[in-house]
Design a protein around this ligand. Sequence first.
Ligand code: ATP
Length: 259
Amino acid sequence: MLRSDLTVNASLSVDHTPLLLIDDLHFAYPDGRVALRGVHLRIARGEKVALVGPNGAGKSTLLLHLNGVLRGNGRIEVAGLPVSERTLSQVRARVGLVFQNPDDQLFSPTVFEDVAFGPLHMGLAARDVQARVERALALVGMSTYRERHPYHLSMGEKKRIAIATVLAMEPEILAFDEPSAGLDPRARRGLIRLLRDLPLTMLVSTHDMAMVQELCDRMIIMDEGRIVADGTAATMLDDEALLEAHGLETPWKERGVRD
Ligand SMILES: Nc1ncnc2c1ncn2[C@@H]1O[C@H](COP(=O)(O)OP(=O)(O)OP(=O)(O)O)[C@@H](O)[C@H]1O
């Protein structure tokens, strides 16, 4: 069992510290393009939160701040730990960032080595690394793939292995950039089930509104570098005017039918 499995249950009634806290975060890329204009966000342990918004809204830029890949002005804390140069390695063990393209995350000759990479670099003993790899592969349903070459897997399989690489770090929060992009309908449904069943806190950046409906209780809309709406996903997904104002569609329009 993941350490986080235990903390999800143990902390629900007592721990009111937000697992993720972001205050007044501003960021501009080196070419001067402003991507974040004062983001405030609190996420509690156990929440699964969708992050939606039009292209260029700042979603990926925000995710890259969660484990210090990008460093803007403002305050970010993960489980009470401020994200700073000094805390980067601890922060990276707490935040599992899953990139849109799994090829950005997989680079070893075997699945096993890819999933073992993070725990090995945490300095864990070989048998603990082995146990973490087995557990992470089992969680994503890929235990029989340990000797396969990641390069030769399908997109859906690669995505599962990429998720296993971050699960093996036993993170407190998982942040996904477009997890369902490039998946066929069956692989997409399987991924949604997998994420729904993982008892971890998640922030999921996506354009897939049907996935938001199936996976997330809470939804945040970003536009032009700011959070412009934050509320219950079911209510917001029914608010056509709100969604259209930010270049989004209701899931039933996306599918072309109303349930
Ligand atoms: N490396 C970069 N250098 C300069 N500007 C960038 C860079 N990466 C992103 N931007 C700009 O920052 C802004 C936010 O981009 P970001 O990728 O965070 O948006 P997004 O909401 O994730 O978009 P999408 O839905 O298309 O993935 C955009 O205006 C984008 O052009």
